[in-house]
Write a protein that binds this ligand. Structure first.
Ligand code: ZN
Length: 192
């Protein structure tokens, strides 16, 4: 087969990972779902940075080690974590639908606007709400993936759902990924 040439080939190589092992397929499904759900909301630079430093799938033993190094004392219930947007998230090996959901969840963290992240980390209530919102959008990303993927942070998710019904999904995506916000969002968050 004649190799692809020119810009088109470059774009294709950039867009699609090389598939060498099963985790690459998991990654690709998660990435394509992420881009479909949030590609229009995440600034291109943030998306590029994330794709240049792809997330890592770890065996349980490796995950426990890296998690402890990051200060997570009890990694057992943790499915994944991301410390900095410019660094890969770590995802613990598990059932494929859970791995895909975890990767999307961590990638929402990685692409959260730094100002939004700062605001949403300022109190423990807001941190809980931020996890709920992240999980709300994760559930959007895994729709019709493989039955229902059980949601993480069920209580915080319920709180996020009521915020979404008040402030609107598109508005909250704008706040999350681009730090765009209206008085309505700030008011709705205050009321929670
Ligand atoms: Zn999270």
């Amino acid at each position: 087969m004649k190799p692809l040439e020119g810009d088109e080939a470059g774009a294709d190589r950039e867009r699609f990972h090389e598939l060498r092992c099963l985790e690459d397929i998991v990654s690709q499904i998660a990435d394509q779902r992420f881009e479909k759900a949030f590609g229009g909301d995440v600034p291109p630079e943030a998306m590029k940075q994330m794709r240049e430093h792809p997330d890592v799938f770890d065996s349980r033993e490796d995950f426990d080690q890296v998690a402890k190094k990051e200060g997570i004392n009890d990694p057992e219930p943790v499915l994944g974590f991301s410390s900095r947007p410019e660094e890969p998230a770590h995802i613990k090996e598990g059932p494929v639908p859970v791995e895909i959901a975890t990767k999307i969840h961590e990638d929402i963290h990685r692409s959260t606007h730094p100002e939004t992240l700062r605001e949403m980390s300022s109190t423990s209530e807001l941190r809980g709400l931020y996890e709920g919102l992240t999980e709300y959008f994760t559930q959007r990303g895994v729709e019709n993936l493989h039955g229902n993927v059980e949601a993480a942070y069920p209580e915080e998710l319920a709180q996020a759902e009521s915020l979404v019904s008040e402030a609107g999904e598109d508005e909250l995506k704008g706040y999350l990924f681009r730090h765009e916000f209206s008085e309505e969002i700030i008011e709705a968050i205050r009321r929670l």
